[in-house]
Design a protein around this ligand. Structure first.
Ligand code: BEZ
Length: 237
């Protein structure tokens, strides 16, 4: 018998992404193995043929190339069957016009997860929110298959796709340049340098001996050119 713990088990940041094989609208996938060497966003939505989810799918599909240019693939999931997925995606393309988006074709895979196999592995079922629908989860998985960021939204709240894209770029910038990114960071903004590891280093920083701007010994930033970031993160730049 399935336990509450099994339903609510949640992978954490830094964990290896749980593996699974699944049927999708683009054929079978092996996850995360098929995405080795690329970033991938695995996201869930509560149900097909629902308005918030439809607005989200249209937005993600419209931004798919932008994500691909940042070496990031998209994979969706809901606890619905393949034929429901196909019918819903056809309806979106043929009938739905929303905020200037129309004839939107969803080309990324949408996983059928009637058995909830994947949803349970990824903590997408949160029973006090909904027992049979996945919440709006977003897992950011790096080219080595490690979970790097997780965001959860409830059923009623559509996601912010600018933020989702910002996370992909900021994670890659942090990896490339060995820095951290402050609140609301965007390419071109100053970045945070790691903390001083000794009293001497702290002293040097405060005496202005390093090429950085220190508000205090533990809070130092440096410039990072927007073009330098974009040339590392974006394929076509
Ligand atoms: C929606 O996507 O519109 C939705 C799905 C489940 C509950 C509430 C809203």
């Amino acid at each position: 018998m399935e336990t509450q713990q099994e339903i609510t088990s949640m992978p954490r940041i830094g964990d290896k992404a749980p593996e699974f094989k699944a049927v999708t609208t683009q054929g079978e996938i092996n996850f995360p193995g098929d995405y080795e060497g690329e970033w991938v966003i695995l996201f869930s939505h509560p149900a097909d043929f629902t308005p918030v989810c439809t607005s989200e799918f249209m937005t993600f599909a419209t931004m798919e190339e932008q994500f691909a240019n940042a070496n990031c693939k998209l994979v969706g999931l809901s606890i619905d069957g393949l034929y429901s997925h196909i019918a819903w995606l056809r309806s979106i393309k043929d009938k739905i016009e929303y905020r200037g988006m129309k004839n939107v074709e969803v080309k990324f895979p949408l996983i059928e997860d009637i058995t909830m196999n994947v949803a349970k592995k990824y903590g997408m079922i949160q029973p006090n929110e909904a027992a049979t629908q996945a919440v709006r989860a977003v897992f950011f998985i790096d080219p080595k298959g490690i979970i790097r960021t997780i965001i959860y939204y409830p059923l009623s709240l559509g996601r912010n796709f600018d933020e989702i894209y910002r996370v992909v770029v900021a994670l890659q910038a942090a990896d490339e340049f060995g820095v951290a990114t402050p609140a609301d960071w965007r390419p071109g903004d100053d970045v945070i340098i790691g903390p001083a590891g000794s009293c001497g280093a702290a002293e040097n920083r405060m005496e202005g001996k390093e090429d950085m701007d220190c508000k205090d010994w533990y809070f130092c930033t440096r410039k990072l050119d927007k073009e330098e970031v974009l040339s590392k993160v974006l394929k076509n730049h």
